[in-house]
Design a protein around this ligand. Structure first.
Ligand SMILES: *[C@@H]1O[C@H](CO)[C@@H](O)[C@H](O)[C@H]1NC(C)=O
Ligand SMILES: *[C@@H]1O[C@H](CO)[C@@H](O)[C@H](O)[C@H]1NC(C)=O
Ligand SMILES: *[C@@H]1O[C@H](CO)[C@@H](O)[C@H](O)[C@H]1NC(C)=O
Ligand SMILES: *[C@@H]1O[C@H](CO)[C@@H](O)[C@H](O)[C@H]1NC(C)=O
Ligand SMILES: *[C@@H]1O[C@H](CO)[C@@H](O)[C@H](O)[C@H]1NC(C)=O
Ligand SMILES: *[C@@H]1O[C@H](CO)[C@@H](O)[C@H](O)[C@H]1NC(C)=O
Ligand SMILES: *[C@@H]1O[C@H](CO)[C@@H](O)[C@H](O)[C@H]1NC(C)=O
Ligand SMILES: *[C@@H]1O[C@H](CO)[C@@H](O)[C@H](O)[C@H]1NC(C)=O
Ligand SMILES: [Cu+2]
Length: 590
């Protein structure tokens, strides 16, 4: 049977990978994911249920190419928890509804339901993907994501890529840990301390290397809480990328990755293969209120020059002296945004509310997920979408004008370090004060860098401040939040409502997303309270616990709860996560 020439050509085109068809460079990458429980024991100390993909855990490293369209069909087969997925660091420019945070750009996907995420990726670099349903990702539902860049400006300087994650790890499931954390039995807000540290979800990662070669390392901290110091014995790192943004090469022996940060760096191997070398991740114990006896904060992996040679035990360091990311200069030279159109403060603190539990606040408001996801309120509020009242009293919403240069001054009135993440953008990190500097003083002149470092997750130091700037050129609803999962859960969240009227004109939400809302019985029209007749009426909105009764200071509450606990238990030891029946510890409501 003769094949006609045109049929032959069509067949040929179908057989070619999309990238080779003249005139198109972009491929469509399809993922079909069944999200479900599997068992795993990554630190060898405790087997536990974790959340896997298609029966597999660790979940896969995704490796796509700049320009690709990604289509994820996500099926929630957890049976007993809802879910979602966020692609951390992607701008989702024009596809705000694919960003993932529940209550913000979508409804929670209930068990048995499926949702399709469909977007293009025009950013190269090192990213990750994780559940954005309250507190869920540390149960294992997080993985690394690499966007390969054929035009990487440093492509001539390395031979191969090596990608892996760092993480803290808990033996208990998050639902129970959260219940104990946000509770009157834990009035000081002490975060659960991880049980161990992992390197690529194991404690014995080995990476085969060849002498003389240069590798492009891509590291992501996919942890819930702990920042990690990272170093490689006998080797120097040349940092060229942070959070997907290329920077001018900077040499260092040690980096610090907060939860959610990524580093891309080049490492040239030694010329001989006489020995193997340790790579060490070390959790930052400054973050932990207590250090449980026996905790090993360290995890070691090895560069394997010779499989027959031993895996050396790393030397112990007395002090950590990591490289300061604020010194980085972006490779593409985007200059400082000098003229700020809209500047505001987010003053953060930790404090107790009238239920005795400890919460996190921006400007005295702790975030509470609204009844209607904020993006859906934007789309159904008409001309009132520019009025922040529509989004509720507890969402810390800021309406941003299209293309304004926006400045956020973050003041940390807490003794801990916090890594803040902005969705939908990377930002210029224009200023960061040393620890214990207090609030940012606008009247003081600060020398700002001509070309500030850009990234999407930045750490503020204890009792200190930072200043970031970005251009509001990406219409959407974008969260700004602490990426310590405990603090996300306890309310350290603000919402950027960027160019809402543009969103109303251009954004089309696929029917499937509304079907997910229906399946979970989540309202998707009206203001934060679900009111449609008058979107300025917030009657019925979700509210935070009441304020402390007047006359009670936070310290007083803490003391009261402590004395109740000690009185009831009649002993000095406090059961932080116990479920003791402490009726008398309940406080009068305001
Ligand atoms: C280390 O690796 C071995 C196999 O190479 C494996 O059997 C073991 O479970 C691993 N241990 C941990 C703690 O990951
Ligand atoms: C880290 O884990 C991912 C996912 O299992 C794997 O694809 C990748 O090759 C691992 N990295 C290294 C350096 O072994
Ligand atoms: C849900 O199911 C998993 C797997 O059986 C279990 O480990 C978990 O405790 C269950 N409960 C909740 C509330 O997630
Ligand atoms: C993905 O989005 C593109 C652009 O809107 C659309 O043409 C395509 O049909 C979508 N694909 C799926 C599977 O939803
Ligand atoms: C990703 O894929 C590209 C080829 O498309 C390859 O060159 C690169 O090494 C891969 N990166 C990782 C981390 O696997
Ligand atoms: C972890 O590593 C650090 C840095 O080397 C060291 O100071 C500390 O003693 C180590 N801790 C344990 C338990 O090995
Ligand atoms: C989003 O796309 C618009 C053009 O469609 C562009 O002007 C803007 O810079 C983009 N913003 C981001 C953050 O990618
Ligand atoms: C905003 O809502 C109020 C109350 O429903 C209404 O009177 C007003 O016309 C709305 N404003 C715009 C600009 O739509
Ligand atoms: Cu925090």
């Amino acid at each position: 049977m003769a094949l006609s020439l045109s049929n032959f050509l069509v067949t040929l085109l179908l057989l070619l990978p999309a990238g080779l068809i003249p005139g198109t460079n972009a491929a469509t990458v399809n993922f079909d994911w069944n999200i479900g429980w599997v068992n795993a024991n990554p630190d060898g100390m405790a087997e536990r249920p974790v959340i896997g993909i298609n029966g597999q855990w660790p979940i896969p490293l995704l490796n796509i190419t700049k320009g690709d369209r990604v289509i994820v069909d996500l099926h929630n087969q957890l049976g007993n928890q809802s879910t979602s997925v966020h692609f951390h660091g992607f701008f989702q420019n024009g596809t705000n509804s694919m960003d993932g945070p529940v209550g913000v750009t979508q409804c929670d996907i209930p068990p048995g339901a499926s949702m399709t995420y469909n977007f293009t990726v025009d950013q190269p670099g090192t990213y990750w993907y994780h559940s954005h349903t309250k507190g869920q990702y540390p149960d294992g539902w997080r993985g690394q994501l690499v966007v390969h860049d054929p035009e990487n400006p440093y492509r001539d300087q390395f031979d191969e890529e090596i990608a892996f994650t760092l993480s803290d790890w808990y033996h208990d499931e998050l639902t129970g840990l959260i219940a104990g954390f946000v509770s009157y039995t834990n009035p000081t807000g002490a975060e659960p301390v991880p049980n161990s540290a992992l390197m690529n979800d194991t404690q014995n990662l080995t990476v085969p290397v060849e002498p003389g070669k240069t590798y492009f390392f891509r590291l992501t901290n996919v942890g819930a809480f702990a920042g990690q110091y990272f170093w490689i014995e006998g080797h120097t790192m040349r940092v060229i990328e942070v959070d997907g943004v290329y920077h001018e090469p900077a040499e260092t022996d040690m980096i610090y990755l907060t939860a959610a940060q990524r580093y891309g760096f080049l490492v040239t191997m030694r010329d001989d293969s006489a020995a193997n070398f340790a790579m060490v991740g070390s959790m930052d114990e400054d973050l932990f209120d207590v250090i449980p006896p026996g905790l090993n904060p360290n995890v070691t992996g090895w560069l394997m020059y010779d499989n027959a040679a031993p895996k050396p035990v790393p030397e112990l360091l007395d002090t950590f002296d990591p490289f300061d990311d604020m010194d980085l200069v972006p490779e593409n030279g985007l200059e400082l945004f000098e003229n700020v159109d809209h500047s505001f403060n987010l003053d953060m603190k930790m404090d107790n509310l009238g239920d005795g539990a400890n919460y996190a606040f921006f400007n005295d408001v702790t975030y509470i997920t609204p009844i209607v996801p904020t993006l859906y309120s934007v789309l159904t509020a008409g001309g009132n979408a520019t009025n922040p009242i529509v989004y509720g009293t507890y969402t810390n919403s800021y309406v941003l004008n299209k293309n304004d240069v926006v400045e956020i001054v973050l003041n940390n009135n807490d003794a801990g370090k916090h890594p803040f993440h902005l969705h939908g953008h990377n930002f210029q990190a224009v200023y960061r004060a040393p620890a214990d500097s207090g609030f940012y003083d606008r009247s003081q002149h600060h020398e700002l860098p001509a070309r500030p470092m850009r990234r999407d997750t930045l750490m503020v130091r204890p009792n200190s401040n930072f200043v970031i700037r970005f251009r509001a050129d990406n219409p959407g609803v974008w969260l700004f939040h602490c990426h310590i999962d405990w603090h996300l859960v306890s309310g350290l969240v603000a919402t950027m409502i960027e160019a809402p009227l543009d969103l109303q004109e251009a954004l089309i939400i696929p029917q499937n997303h509304y079907d997910v809302c229906r399946a979970g019985e989540t309202p998707f029209v009206g203001n934060a309270a679900g009111n449609t007749a008058n979107v300025l009426d917030l009657t019925g909105q979700h509210e935070s616990a009441p304020l402390l009764p007047s006359g009670f200071t936070a310290r007083g509450i803490v003391a009261l709860v402590f004395s109740c606990i000690s009185a009831f238990l009649g002993m000095a030891v406090i059961a932080w996560y116990g479920a003791a029946p402490l009726e008398s510890a309940k406080l009068p409501s305001a």
